[in-house]
Write a protein that binds this ligand. Structure first.
Ligand code: HEC
Length: 187
């Protein structure tokens, strides 16, 4: 009898510890998402390029969904250098053209076909750290004005937090144009 009671107490302690640990991990995942939101919104301003504008305001239906499909793209002309113009942008402020070619802010929502739905955390952190498409060194470089040089200096914990937050935003179906080289050909 006495032995059974001891076994019961040990089992209950064990179950209690498992429950406490899982509550902690749910809480810390919640904290991580909150931290990611704070970084995306208040510090790194990802939406500044990745959320297109309607007029002067952000188009919140397209929150972090990248340059809207089907919109005309800006096209830089080398003669503009003489006028001191180095970069031109679309009215949505989400596509950019310069001597480097033309870039379109990517769809960062978790949409499976057109966003980061199929990306892994490793690909995301790799892209932010290396400045190469999908984090693969042999892939093309990510075009300006994506500030990878700066974001590459973030801590692993912060990049993981940003990734955790991006997984929670509403998926938006928006097939962003591929980047173009300076002759207007897809890279
Ligand atoms: C100043 C504008 C700007 C800001 C701010 C910005 N981006 Fe970008 N981002 C771009 C552009 C433009 C591209 C497309 C570049 C290309 O196609 O090579 C891009 C591409 C990306 C890609 C795709 C990379 C790849 O492998 O193809 C990811 C992921 C990304 N941005 C995440 C972010 C996150 C997260 C933030 C905030 C922490 C952010 N961006 C802030 C402009 C910006």
């Amino acid at each position: 009898m006495h032995r059974n009671l001891i076994i019961f107490c040990v089992v209950m302690l064990f179950v209690g510890a498992i429950i406490a640990l899982s509550i902690r991990s749910v809480e810390s995942q919640g904290d991580r998402v909150q931290r990611g939101k704070y970084l995306v919104e208040a510090v790194a301003a990802c939406g500044y390029c990745h959320t297109p504008r309607v007029g002067a305001d952000y188009d919140m239906a397209m929150y972090l969904a990248g340059h809207p499909a089907g919109q005309p793209s800006p096209r830089y002309n080398f003669r503009m250098i003489r006028e001191g113009i180095f970069i031109v942008t679309a009215p949505q402020l989400s596509a950019f053209s310069g001597a480097f070619g033309t870039s379109f802010a990517s769809n960062l929502t978790p949409d499976k076909e057109t966003g980061l739905g199929e990306w892994t955390e490793e690909m995301f952190i790799g892209a932010m750290r290396t400045g190469h498409h999908q984090g693969v060194e042999s892939n093309r470089k990510i075009f300006p004005p994506m500030p990878t040089k700066h974001y590459a200096q973030m801590s692993d914990e912060d990049l993981k937090a940003i990734w955790a937050y991006l997984r929670t935003v509403k998926p938006v179906r928006n097939e962003v144009n591929p980047a173009l080289d300076h002759q207007g050909k897809p890279k």
